[in-house]
Design a protein around this ligand. Structure first.
Ligand SMILES: [Zn+2]
Length: 415
């Protein structure tokens, strides 16, 4: 690793601050809410910047409204293959949200850049794009290969983005993946919990509200079922391998990054009842109640273990049928991988602290690499207003994440 080159890379970021901010601002302005998920404008913005640099960009779009961009180059010497991954689509904006600067303005104010996607994750994808651009300029000095994947269809766990690439284009697998989804500069994620979505339908005869002796109530049964599902959170779910002590050691950092209480649920099952619908009229006994639950699995927990417990619960509810809507298994890679050390050392050099290795509560495309036993690490900005009004990213955090990814990718490809 050449200190002079590292210094030059940092100077490059400093010299380009205005361009970087205007790229990110225009990226936010190029609306790409998913659903519905048309990301063509935002993808064109990324593509144009890469092409201006003389980089060949492939568009892989099994569904034309969900284009994925892939670019790759090889250094002159043999080495490892690093993949940078970020998504182009963003959460939709709800009519009920009140925005200080408007959701699609990319406004720069108060030291922050505002708008839907500012932190999730157009900031992070911009960091990947410019890490790729700056290292492409240095490609004669690097070993191995660097690949950029800017994908669509992440926000709904959809099939047309990174999932499609991983299944049909093994050239994007690589030896290690780096992703800048919102996390927090204080933590590096090497693991994430996995969601199981279940729909329960309660059916009874129903009837007139005055004649409660004639039928069970679907909503009352539903309410009891919800209370029983909550007992899943008491299941014993120890972390695999030597990860348990690591998670415990960094609980303070987890709370600081994700809010007080986060450390308590990192290694526990959680149950969220996202929807509960039943009944037609106040003076009728409901004949149907439909409940959707989002159950998050900590790492090391098998689906069969949880399904068995749910099966036991349902034995008391002959009126209930269940349907599985989605399952993404929890996943992790070794927190002792060299990329972890590289990231920690670079953050320490830049900011004076070593970020903590943690497991993520939410899901990212990084899981798709981990499912294939390819280590994948997430280091990104704070999730400020993620998925709600006034989403933003702190400008200094944006530059910090870019510097960290840039130096870390350089170290990985020159070490
Ligand atoms: Zn995201």
């Amino acid at each position: 690793m050449n200190d002079k080159t590292r210094q030059l890379l940092l100077e490059q970021v400093d010299a380009d601050k205005d361009e970087l901010l205007s790229f990110l601002s225009d990226f936010v302005r190029a609306k790409s809410p998913n659903p519905p998920g048309d990301t063509r404008d935002a993808a064109a913005h990324v593509r144009a910047r890469l092409e201006a640099e003389g980089i060949d960009v492939r568009t892989i779009d099994p569904r034309p409204e969900f284009p994925n961009l892939v670019a790759s180059f090889e250094g002159p010497a043999a080495g490892k293959h690093l993949v940078l991954n970020g998504h182009i689509d963003v959460f939709p904006v709800l009519d009920s949200e009140t925005w200080r600067y408007g959701p699609w303005t990319g406004e720069l104010a108060e030291g922050k850049l505002w708008g839907r996607g500012a932190c999730d994750m157009k900031c992070g994808t911009t960091c990947s794009v410019f890490t790729f651009i700056y290292l492409h300029r240095l490609r004669d000095q690097l070993k191995g290969r660097l690949t950029l994947t800017a994908v669509s269809d992440e926000e709904t766990f959809g099939p047309w983005g990174a999932r499609y690439l991983m299944e049909h284009h093994p050239e994007v697998h690589g030896d290690c993946c780096l992703n800048a989804e919102p996390s927090s500069p204080l933590t590096i994620r090497f693991a994430e919990k996995g969601p199981l979505w279940l729909r329960f339908t309660v059916r009874t005869n129903g009837g007139h509200a005055a004649y409660t002796h004639t039928s069970e109530s679907a909503t009352k049964i539903g309410a009891q079922l919800v209370a029983d599902l909550e007992t899943l959170t008491d299941l014993d779910t120890p972390a695999p391998g030597n990860v348990g002590p690591l998670i415990t050691r960094h609980s303070e950092d987890t709370n600081r990054a994700l809010g007080e209480g986060a450390a308590d649920i990192v290694q526990k099952l959680t149950v969220n009842i996202g929807t509960f619908n039943g009944g037609v009229k106040v003076n009728m006994i409901p004949s149907e109640c439909v409940i959707e639950a989002d159950i998050r699995f900590p790492i090391g927990v098998e689906q069969s273990t949880v399904m068995e417990r749910i099966g036991e619960i349902l034995q008391a509810y002959p009126q209930v049928s269940m349907e599985e809507l989605l399952f993404n298994p929890p996943n992790w890679c070794s927190p002792e991988h060299e990329m972890m050390d590289i990231l920690k050392s670079n953050v320490e050099a830049l900011r004076g602290f070593r970020p903590a290795p943690v497991s993520s509560l939410g899901g990212t495309d990084a899981r798709l690499w981990r499912y294939r036993d390819i280590p994948a690490f997430v280091y990104g900005p704070y999730p400020s207003g993620m998925g709600s009004a006034n989403e933003h990213v702190d400008v200094e955090d944006f530059f910090h994440v870019l510097r960290t990814h840039l130096l870390s990718a350089y170290d990985y490809l020159s070490g």
